[in-house]
Design a protein around this ligand. Structure first.
Ligand SMILES: Cc1cc2nc3c(=O)[nH]c(=O)nc-3n(C[C@H](O)[C@H](O)[C@H](O)COP(=O)(O)O)c2cc1C
Length: 241
């Protein structure tokens, strides 16, 4: 656990160094980064759990059909106040998940907490997430995940939280057998990259193939979609999609 705190502290220091010259506040190493927005957060999403199958663009549907693969993009993402992007209405990871869905024709499923206890303000969210990580919590997710037997390939994405997957992903891993499938991790982050998502996914699923993951800066997902679109396209092409 100390390692996670250390990782996050390193991340905050790195981020603060990178932010030199910008107007972003400089996070102190002893605390979670201070959000730059002072706006009121948006209300928590009241959407029911379990995002329905994405309405596929005709080309995307054809892409999936042509590949002969049944692909799912499973992701967790938060709106509200997020690091260096202010108050957002679509989560950084959700943006990347949708790009992957559009490019591959995959179905999308958003993991939502059963009891959404996550604050919509950044500092408070980091506190709750750190407590969950320290306790090894397994927060329940809402609803039922899709029937995984229909999928060969599953992209799994989340924000990096304190140098690791948010704990709710471990709830998913521990309750969802995925033997024999190809799993492809992706993260959004503020400096920590993939942060070992691939290794922890391989540890959770030793009988799956874990393919090369993608790490996207959350600020790019929110503010630089063309750059992210290119990165996603290159990565998918490298993976053979
Ligand atoms: C609780 C919490 C912990 C975070 N920990 C890290 C971290 O350890 N390393 C990092 O690079 N970014 C960290 N971040 C920044 C997020 O990974 C980043 O803002 C991400 O893009 C948010 O994605 P989302 O909008 O899909 O939730 C953290 C953010 C939160 C809210």
């Amino acid at each position: 656990m100390k390692r996670a705190v250390l990782l996050f502290l390193v991340f905050t220091v790195l981020v603060s160094l990178c932010a030199c010259g910008s107007t972003a506040p400089q996070p102190a190493p002893s605390q979670a980064p201070v959000p730059e927005s002072t706006q009121e957060p948006v209300s928590p999403s009241e959407e029911a759990a379990g995002t329905e199958k994405a309405a596929k663009e005709p080309e995307a549907a054809e892409a999936q059909e042509a590949s002969g693969m049944n692909i799912l993009v499973l992701y967790f993402s938060r709106t509200g106040e997020q690091y260096q992007v202010g108050v957002i209405e679509k989560g950084n990871t959700a943006i990347v998940a949708e790009m992957i869905g559009e490019a591959t024709g995959a179905d999308l499923y958003e993991i939502l907490p059963a009891d959404d206890h996550y604050p919509m303000t950044y500092k408070e969210l980091t506190d709750v997430a750190l407590q969950e990580q320290r306790k090894g919590s397994r927060p329940a997710y809402a609803g039922e995940l899709p029937d995984m037997s229909g999928y060969d390939t599953i992209f799994i994405g989340a924000p990096v939280w304190w140098g690791d997957w948010p704990m709710i992903l471990y709830t998913v891993f521990e309750s969802t057998p995925l033997s024999g499938k190809t799993l492809i991790p992706f993260s959004t982050h503020a400096g920590s990259g993939l942060s070992g998502f691939d290794r922890s996914l391989a540890a959770a699923y030793p009988d799956c193939t874990v393919a090369k993951g993608l790490a996207v800066a959350g600020t790019d997902a929110q503010n630089n979609p063309d750059k992210v679109q290119t990165a996603v396209a290159n990565w998918l092409s490298e993976l053979g999609f």
